[in-house]
Design a protein around this ligand. Structure first.
Ligand SMILES: Nc1ncnc2c1ncn2[C@@H]1O[C@H](COP(=O)(O)OP(=O)(O)OP(=O)(O)O)[C@@H](O)[C@H]1O
Ligand SMILES: CCCCCCCCCCCCC/C=C/[C@@H](O)[C@H](CO)NC(=O)CCCCC
Ligand SMILES: [Ca+2]
Length: 568
């Protein structure tokens, strides 16, 4: 909790007819109920430190960081009933000689359960109009001096994402908050898939805005990052298709108002998929950097990914579920069960470049949380690396011996660039992955029995470590490649010729008869919920390429009585 610092203003004001000492500094607004004179106790010093600090009575003392004040508005209060100030009412009441007091209302962020934020308000009244106006203008000055808050936003709404509630969620829950906070918006309701991406790429006048907001799910967010990253590279003269060039980071922040089926990016960066919470993070101007993976096939750019790149199980779940969009979010449960029972495995070679010099491993107990020091440390390391990028690229070559290679049969190959926490799996696919450390966690699930695979899957929903199984390995990497077995070199293929020809025949049969239990040769990649058209891919992590209007998941508050300004 911040300490108050130098006071800008201090007055005695009233809140619901009780007297409060109210003070404003650059960092805090504090209101503390005035109590009658303390009873003298001969054995207790006046300013003692309590042996057992107790939480201050919330009805008596409150403090709100100025950075979490949403807005302030003037009101008038007459005999207990409040009116918004439109001037005319005031004059009438003055003429009639009624008891008329000035009031102002402060709207601020209040934390609720499970990382949710709400907009709370408190109304202060005082008899002196000049004092009241001084308070309003001082708070407004403090808010205006905060340069990280957005003033103009470009909003894209997908009316068909998730349960098709995007438009309603924005209009009813988000737009009124933006208006209260004095944020102006240009709203585009998308008319077709990739509308938002193409508008950002080619048309949007980005200079007019302080950020881009998407209302929808992970697919909609993916459209936004594709448009914005592409546009940034073109504006900065970087070839967006290059496999080797360092990409330029995007300066505009992106806000996500969750209205999709999984909302994994929102969940993993805020801790909840609640539209009001996301709107408040946008209003207060939070900023959370995020890693982005670029995916190439034979030096041709395919897509970016920020959450899951999954081959095998998650690729198959997605391919199957796309045909069942009409089922809404339940399609993933249906296809998940079907693909679990189908139990296909895939052969191929994974090569990866382990992340060197970083802090943290995928098996850590520490989690990426607001102000994460691991992201700060590793982010710094990455920016130093990219300064001497060309040297590093030379050392990244296979001949340097840093690449490691694994051949095998896999049920799933997953790369999680963030935890991928979502309501289905609150700790995520890789619970210790970091939002902005410049790495991705490569999880290899080798062929195993259905029973063992189920054990692994169930551990996504329990406290047990999903990687603590003999058929799983996990590596924190900066880059990786995958080559399905049937794309391997001629010499590799010759070795497998006999088996291969048998499988070609069977895989044809198996398309029509999946119950025979024989696996097809290829799966497809699930790239943040989109299916990739190629299976052989080269993936590179670009640390902190984009920024979100978020602050990472906040730790649950630990009450520290002595650091609370109300307790001093
Ligand atoms: N107007 C539109 N008509 C049809 N499709 C659209 C439109 N606008 C966006 N889309 C596409 O809809 C797809 C799904 O959208 P979205 O991500 O919002 O929801 P979802 O798939 O239900 O959620 P999630 O991605 O979290 O699982 C996206 O790939 C996006 O490109
Ligand atoms: C038998 C009980 C098993 C329980 C297992 C639960 C495990 C759930 C893990 C969920 C991981 C989601 C990862 C997120 C991926 C997103 O980028 C993507 C786009 O929204 N979503 C999907 O592909 C949707 C994929 C949904 C898969 C279920
Ligand atoms: Ca990461």
């Amino acid at each position: 909790m911040e300490r108050p610092g130098r006071l800008l203003l201090q007055s005695e004001l009233r809140v619901r007819n009780a007297a409060y000492d109210v003070s404003l500094s650059r960092s805090l607004l504090i209101w503390k109920r005035r109590t009658s004179s303390p009873v003298y106790h001969p054995f207790r010093p006046r300013f003692c430190v309590p042996l057992f600090p107790r939480r201050p009575d919330p009805g008596v003392c409150h403090s709100v960081p100025v950075s979490e004040i949403i807005s302030v508005r003037e009101e008038e209060e007459e005999n207990g009933s409040r009116q918004r100030d439109d001037g005319s009412w005031k004059k009438i009441r003055e003429r009639e000689g009624k008891d008329c007091r000035q009031a102002f209302t402060v709207l601020y962020v209040e934390r609720c359960r499970q990382h949710r934020w709400r907009c709370a308000e408190v109304t202060f009244t005082c008899s002196d109009e000049a004092v009241c106006q001084h308070w309003v203008s001082s708070i407004r000055e403090q808010l205006a001096s905060n340069t990280s808050r957005p003033k103009h936003l470009l909003v894209y709404i997908n009316p068909y994402g998730g349960k098709r509630q995007g438009k309603r969620i924005y209009e009813q829950k988000v737009a009124p908050l933006f208006t209260q906070a004095g944020i102006s918006t240009s709203v585009i309701v998308t008319e077709y898939a990739n509308h938002a991406r193409d508008h950002l790429k080619m048309e949007a006048e980005l200079k007019k805005f302080d950020g881009v907001v998407c209302v929808g799910g992970d697919g909609m967010f993916s459209e936004i990052i594709h448009g914005l990253i592409w546009r940034t590279q073109i504006d900065c003269g970087v070839d967006p298709n290059s496999t080797e060039e360092a990409l330029s980071p995007c300066s505009l922040r992106i806000g996500i108002i969750p209205a999709g089926s999984t909302d994994c990016i929102c969940f993993a960066s805020v801790g909840t998929n609640d539209p009001v919470t996301s709107a408040l993070h946008i209003i207060v101007g939070d900023s959370q950097p995020l890693d982005v993976c670029s995916v190439h096939h034979n030096n041709m750019f395919l897509r970016y990914s920020v959450s899951l790149l999954g081959y095998g199980f998650y690729g198959d779940v997605l391919s199957d579920s796309e045909r069942k969009r009409w089922m809404g979010p339940a399609r993933y449960d249906f296809s998940g069960l079907k693909m679990f029972l189908t139990h296909h495995y895939y052969e191929g070679t994974v090569s990866y470049l382990p992340a060197k010099g970083i802090i943290g491993t995928p098996r850590d107990a520490t989690r990426c949380r607001s102000g994460c020091v691991i992201c700060q440390h590793n982010g710094q390391l990455n920016s130093e690396r990219s300064e001497k990028y060309e040297m590093d690229e030379a050392s990244d070559s296979e001949s340097s011996g840093e690449w490691r290679t694994i051949r095998g049969k896999f049920l799933a190959i997953n790369a999680a660039s963030m935890s991928c926490a979502c309501p289905r799996s609150p700790k995520g696919l890789s619970p210790a992955a970091h939002l902005a450390d410049g790495t991705t966690d490569l999880i290899l699930v080798r062929k195993c029995s259905r029973f063992n695979f189920l054990r692994h899957l169930l551990r996504h929903t329990s406290k047990d470590d999903q990687f603590d199984l003999t058929f799983i390995e996990v590596h924190r990497v900066r880059r990786f490649r995958f080559m399905p077995r049937h794309c391997q070199s001629d010499s590799d293929l010759e070795l497998d010729l006999h088996e291969n020809s048998k499988r070609q025949i069977f895989s044809q049969i198996c398309k029509d008869h999946p119950a025979c239990g024989c696996a097809p040769a290829y799966s497809s990649w699930n790239c943040d919920g989109e299916i990739l058209t190629h299976t052989a891919i080269d993936v590179r992590v670009h640390g902190q390429l984009i920024k979100l209007f978020a602050r990472g998941i906040e730790e649950l508050p630990v009450f520290e009585d002595l650091s609370n300004p109300c307790a001093i």
